[in-house]
Design a protein around this ligand. Structure first.
Ligand SMILES: [Zn+2]
Length: 304
């Protein structure tokens, strides 16, 4: 299976949900980087990926969101960056067994290092290139750069990936601050910029919840008419209950909102923080045609 085959299917492409917060439900301590488990609990990282494939995800992410050497430094694992990236690809591939594509997850360097001047643009490019090279060598089908707030860091990541591999790139930002990213990037600005770069798809992930995604995508669509759009929001902003994060949007409500993203032009839909295989299964059902039982009005009382 190739990305092109999925892109030509008429239905939306179902992606996966959260990796980090789902691993937390499986016992990953809050504050421990999920990448630590690639080394220490590979069976659980595998199980999480497999659960998404079984729920219907056609594209799954590797557990490498924080696996640039710069970010792994916080866990004292910078020297093992290559090993972590490649092992994570192997786990995802084994879980997918040809039923889903594997996308190499690339997240921000962390702590807005580029925007704040803690690293130079060239250093950022080389960090992303190093991670992308390990992921590509490991055998991913595409790279997914996600949760970016800084458009310049997104550019550095794309440049880094392109320097080492021709694989397709998905690029998503987190519009979590009044419809903009933390650094004030608007969806239109991001779409205009990304349309000039060599990306296969662009969109929104994480953010402020699933409610404003349709508006964000419409804004991107207006700025980049031919773009393939991605929607992978979180399940709302969590509240801590007994020390555990609880997300406000349950699977069925989330799946109902997913129809709005598709109407707004999303071709690839999935989830971010707080979503689990249950959410992906609910979306599959909600968008599944004749088995379709969910009506938006049933959820009219859900808080916006
Ligand atoms: Zn998230």
């Amino acid at each position: 299976m190739m990305l092109q085959d999925l892109l030509t299917q008429r239905r939306p492409i179902l992606a996966d949900g959260a990796t980090g917060t789902f691993l937390q439900q499986l016992g990953l301590p809050l504050g421990t980087a999920p990448e630590v488990w690639v080394l220490e609990q590979p069976a659980l990282v595998f199980a999480a990926a497999e659960a998404y494939v079984n729920a219907g995800a056609q594209i799954i992410l590797t557990c490498t969101f924080g696996a640039t050497a710069a970010r792994l430094q916080e866990a004292g694992l910078a020297a093992r960056a290559k090993e972590i990236n490649q092992r994570a690809v192997q786990l995802a591939r084994e879980a997918a067994r040809g039923r889903a594509l594997v996308a190499g997850s690339i997240g921000p360097l962390g702590r807005l290092q580029l925007a704040l001047g803690a690293v130079t643009y060239a250093e950022a490019v080389s960090q992303f290139a190093e991670q992308a090279s390990a992921l590509a060598e490991g055998g991913v089908d595409l790279l997914q750069i996600e949760s970016m707030s800084d458009l310049r860091e997104m550019q550095a990541a794309i440049q880094g990936v392109r320097g080492v591999t021709p694989l397709p790139i998905f690029a998503t930002l987190s519009f979590d601050t009044n419809g903009k990213t933390l650094l004030g990037v608007t969806p239109a600005q991001a779409a205009r910029e990304l349309a000039q770069l060599d990306v296969a798809a662009m969109g929104a992930n994480c953010g402020h919840g699933p409610w404003d995604v349709a508006a964000i995508l419409r804004e991107m669509r207006e700025a980049a008419a031919s773009a393939t759009l991605i929607a992978k929001p979180n399940a709302g902003v969590p509240m801590l209950q007994a020390g555990k994060p609880v997300y406000p949007v349950p699977p069925m409500h989330y799946a109902t909102l997913a129809r709005d993203w598709v109407r707004a032009g999303a071709k690839i839909i999935g989830g971010c923080c707080g979503t689990t295989p249950e959410y992906i299964a609910a979306m599959r059902q909600s968008l599944g045609g004749e088995k379709d039982q969910v009506r938006p009005t049933e959820f009219a009382d859900c808080p916006p």
